[in-house]
Design a protein around this ligand. Structure first.
Ligand SMILES: [Zn+2]
Length: 177
C-alpha cells in the first residue's frame, strides 16, 4: 500500500461522519498495512494520533503516539500504539479541559472537557486482546481518536464556539499564558 495513494480527510467530508466498522481478525494483515499508511501520515503531519477514517478507511483502527513536536511541544514520549477494535470500558469521574487540534481540522484548536483517565480494551497488532488504563495526555488522544470511529470530531465536543481558536492565536496567546 502506497501512503501517497491516501490523503488526510478533512472536516466537512462525509467520511469523517461515518461509523467505522470492526476489523475482521482474519483480515489482520491488511489492517496492519492500513495502519502503516496511517502511521506515515501521522508522522508526516506532526500528529500524536490518527484514526483510520482520517485516511478514508472506515475501520476501527487507531494509533496513539504521544511525543513532543512543534504541534504539541509538551507531550510525553510513548511508543506508537496501534489499537484494533478499541473500546472504552470505563472512565474516571474527574474531567480535565484541554486544547485539542486535529489533522482533519487544520489550523484550528478547540477547548474540550473529557475524563482524565479511561480504561480501554483493544486488539493489538499480534491479534491479542489487551486492557489498559490510560491517564493524562494518552487518555486524551485515545478519546479524541475514538470519536473519529463514531463519526465525531473535537468540534462536536466544544461547549461553545467561543472555545475555538486558530493555531496562530493558540501559540501566540494561549499556549504559554
Ligand atoms: Zn483528530
Amino acid at each position: 500500500m502506497n501512503p501517497e495513494d491516501f490523503q488526510i480527510v478533512e472536516l466537512g467530508d462525509p467520511r469523517l461522519r461515518a461509523i467505522a466498522k470492526p476489523v475482521e481478525l482474519t483480515q489482520l494483515s491488511s489492517a496492519l498495512e492500513q495502519a502503516a499508511v496511517m502511521q506515515h501520515w501521522m508522522e508526516h503531519r506532526g500528529g500524536v494520533g490518527i484514526a483510520a477514517p482520517q485516511i478514508g478507511v472506515p475501520l476501527q483502527l487507531m494509533i496513539i503516539a504521544s511525543r513532543p513536536n512543534n504541534r504539541y511541544p509538551n507531550a510525553p514520549h510513548m511508543a506508537p500504539l496501534l489499537m484494533i477494535n478499541p473500546e472504552p470500558v470505563s472512565f474516571s469521574d474527574n474531567e480535565v479541559t484541554l486544547w485539542e487540534g486535529c489533522l482533519s481540522v487544520p489550523g484550528i484548536r478547540g477547548k474540550v472537557t473529557r475524563p482524565e483517565s479511561v480504561c480501554v480494551r483493544f486488539v493489538d497488532r499480534a491479534g491479542v486482546t489487551q486492557e489498559q488504563v490510560l491517564t493524562g495526555f494518552p487518555a486524551r488522544i485515545f478519546l479524541h481518536e475514538y470519536d473519529h470511529l463514531i463519526g465525531k470530531t473535537f468540534v462536536d465536543r466544544v461547549a461553545s464556539v467561543q472555545d475555538l481558536t486558530t493555531d496562530k492565536v493558540y501559540f501566540e496567546q494561549i499556549a504559554n499564558a
